[in-house]
Design a protein around this ligand. Structure first.
Ligand code: AMP
Ligand code: MN
Ligand code: MN
Ligand code: MN
Length: 277
């Protein structure tokens, strides 16, 4: 039986709809044999995920999706095979939880100026112990009928330049990559085509990412089409970066993105799992 990898997904520890246990069960049902749980800026879902994975025939890879800054742009760096107890990384995630709470308070204040009340309490309740994300605000705006889709919540309120947008200082890319590599992990640039960069900027980014110790980029994601996969495979080869595959699954309510439902990694690209022990 060939392995089936999915190296990017979210649980209730960040903005996913499923608990770590439910996520592992669903991945297993979908035939995934190796799953990385990569919650936004936290590893707190991993212990529950491991407890469940141990009861099923599925390998769980310790992961995280770190928010990072580069040239004033927000990027996502996935860490695979990290030691979640490595102190600098663990400390950073706790700091990020505070940063996210402070940002949430500011977002809620901005929404109040738009006469939208109750957001802070709602997102805190929804996130529970987990990380508060803009997805929680989007879900709140949707539930209160201020918008009719999550996308509209970003387009009208939460996206960059919109009335409830709050700029956040994330770690610089090289710092985030260091946390991952020093924690024994492989740093993977998440969804390189989602940052709305020109080809020139993407190439600058890939060169800088490689320079700081980044080892891989996502070539196959839940939303990439064949043309995008080809473009990303070419970038991976041009910059000598391994290729990763990850659905970025968040919730069963978006059935077009499903755990383990991924195109194969092109043969020309070195698989990132060859870099994982
Ligand atoms: P945050 O890290 O708190 O800024 O939240 C970012 C998360 O919001 C992403 O991981 C996505 O899950 C979600 N998100 C960002 N932009 C959009 C968008 N335009 N439409 C829907 N969801 C989005
Ligand atoms: Mn997300
Ligand atoms: Mn992301
Ligand atoms: Mn993600």
């Amino acid at each position: 039986m060939p392995e089936r990898y999915d190296l990017h997904c979210h649980s209730t520890a960040s903005d996913g709809a499923l608990s770590p246990t439910e996520l592992i069960q669903r991945a297993h049902q979908n035939g995934v044999t190796a799953l990385a749980l990569t919650d936004h800026d936290t590893t707190m879902g991993l212990s529950e995920a491991h407890a469940c994975a141990a009861t099923l025939d599925i390998r769980l890879i310790n992961g995280i999706e770190l928010s990072a800054s580069w040239q004033n742009k927000c990027l996502h760096i996935v860490g695979l095979g990290i030691d979640p107890h490595y102190a600098p990384l663990d400390n950073a995630t706790h700091q990020l939880q505070a940063t996210r709470l402070e940002r949430a308070e500011k977002i809620a204040e901005k929404l109040e100026k738009k006469r939208i009340t109750g957001a802070l309490e709602a997102v805190k309740n929804a996130a529970g112990q987990g990380m508060i994300t803009r997805s929680h605000f989007a879900a709140f705006l949707l539930s209160q009928h201020h918008v009719s889709t999550q996308q509209e919540a970003f387009d009208r309120y939460l996206g960059k330049g919109k009335p409830a947008y709050v700029a956040t200082t994330w770690a610089e890319m090289d710092v985030a990559v260091n946390w991952i590599t020093e924690a024994g992990g492989v740093a993977v640039l998440a969804h390189p085509l989602r940052y709305k960069l020109t080809t020139n900027w993407i190439k600058r980014l890939l060169a800088a990412f490689k320079d700081t110790g980044g080892q891989s980029i996502e070539v196959v994601t839940g939303r990439n089409n064949a043309e995008e996969i080809k473009i990303l495979a070419n970038y991976a080869n041009q910059f000598e970066l391994a290729g990763s595959v990850g659905s970025d699954f968040h919730s069963p309510i978006t059935p077009w993105v499903e755990l383990g439902r991924l195109a194969p990694l092109p043969d020309s690209v070195q698989p990132v799992w060859e870099l994982l022990n």
